[in-house]
Ligand binder design. Structure first.
Ligand code: 7TS
Length: 404
């Protein structure tokens, strides 16, 4: 078992007060908090080795370049990519997905089909819609059931030789449902489609193995896994990254530039135009080390206990409904109370120091499915405690009484 109090001491913000109350931070789905080792590593970079990378012969530039590339290799091993050049630094999941959809604009033709799921975050819907508009391809949607699970027979039925891309999230941000991505990838490949997995909500909870999954692309954000904002990774299989055109043009992504013709750099630089978030990329490696030192088995054990306790305690409240009741779930509880707007509950419990997200969670199609304006979402991390959940439950009860 983890020593949670010891872990909490790593996160300075967890001992802050908000609105005069000890902070209870349950908005981990939006962004995680950062341990001191990550905060210190950012300062250390700027204090000791700040320089631009991949360009200078001078010592600092080489030190910064080495640190950046060591972080890339660390992340390669973390997700078990075959090559480090399959690991692209991005500014986050949104950037990674747009890089891929931009690339497919030169591949898709009218009549081709893109399959997305009904459980997606807007950032894994809108770029594909834009791509379909541009190319004349058609967007198809895997429906969900009342438990918030994808209807797999309907997914099977959507697949045909017209399917060129399938994309789903590993874990739903709004409901916490874990999707059967291995099955989805295998079936999509059987009809020759490429698969992008949106791993934004998965990487704080588990260690994805991209070779075992056999996905073609896997996108995630650093800030949800204890890393800095403005960092992310797009994993792409070498053959796909070679096939796709560059996303942005600029410095560092070229081999040779003349006004007649420009040739592009090899992977991964072809997709990394301009000066990146150097400190962020390096410190994402620090965050990955931090999580691995805690261990994902330990993280899951703690988070499963939090999920079970929160589900049980919240359901004691009359009129409370949880959305996303499927079996395979990460530590996210999305709920509403009969006749009360989620925003009102969120505002009252915020005054009590409790941070949850209310609203549609950038997943409006899910809210439309349940015919609700939004939910209250409590998303837990390994540094949260059973006592904090009890505090939230009492606060929600109090808010209910005030609003009824
Ligand atoms: N995909 C999923 C599944 C997400 O949950 C998010 C962010 C994104 C993509 C976009 O990530 P970004 O880092 O590029 O912004 N989700 C949330 C959330 O649930 N609350 O705030 C942001």
């Amino acid at each position: 078992m983890l020593d949670i109090q010891k872990i909490r001491a790593d996160f300075p913000i967890l001992s802050e007060k908000v609105n005069g109350k000890p902070l209870v931070y349950f908005d981990n789905g939006a962004t995680s908090q950062k341990p001191q080792i990550v905060i210190d590593a950012i300062a250390k970079y700027y204090q000791e080795i700040n320089a631009n990378i991949h360009r200078g012969v001078h010592t600092l530039s080489q030190l910064a370049t080495d640190a950046y590339e060591i972080s890339r290799v660390k992340i390669q091993h973390h997700i078990n990519a075959k090559f480090s050049h399959e690991v692209l630094f991005t500014s986050g999941t949104t950037h990674g997905i747009n890089l891929v959809t931009n690339g497919f604009a030169s591949i898709l033709k009218p009549g081709d089909e893109v399959v997305v799921s009904s459980l997606e975050h807007h950032s894994n819907i809108v770029p594909w819609q834009m791509l379909c508009e541009k190319t004349g391809a058609t967007l198809k949607v895997i429906p969900m059931n009342e438990n918030g699970e994808l209807i797999i027979e309907d997914f099977d039925a959507l697949l045909s030789e017209k399917t060129k891309v399938v994309t789903v999230n590993h874990i739903s941000n709004a409901l916490g449902i874990i999707n059967p991505i291995k099955y989805i990838i295998e079936k999509a490949h059987a009809v020759g489609a490429a698969v992008l997995i949106d791993g934004a909500q998965a990487v704080p909870h588990l260690k994805p193995d991209v070779q075992d999954l056999d996905c073609d692309f896997y996108a995630f954000s650093g800030h949800k896994m204890c890393g800095p904002t403005g960092t992310g990774i797009l994993y792409g299989k070498e053959e796909w990254l070679n096939k796709l055109p560059p996303y942005q043009g600029g410095g560092e992504m070229i081999k040779e530039v003349t006004f007649e013709k420009t040739t592009y750099a090899d992977l991964p630089h072809k997709f990394e135009a301009g000066t990146p978030n150097i400190a962020g990329g390096i410190v994402l490696g620090t965050a990955v080390d931090y999580l691995n030192n805690i261990g994902f088995d330990n993280i899951q054990e703690q988070e499963n206990a939090l999920l079970a306790h929160a589900t049980k305690r919240l359901l004691e409240i009359e009129g409370l409904k949880i959305y996303g009741t499927g079996k395979n779930k990460a530590s996210v509880v999305s709920f509403n109370i009969d006749g009360i707007h989620p925003y009102d509950i969120g505002s009252i419990i915020d005054k009590l120091g409790i941070a949850v997200r209310t609203g549609h969670h950038c997943a409006q199609p899910i809210m439309n499915f349940f015919c609700i304006p939004g939910t209250i979402r409590a998303s837990f991390s390994f540094y949260n405690t059973i006592e904090e959940i009890d505090t939230m439950v009492e606060a929600v009860k109090k808010a209910k009484t005030m609003l009824s």
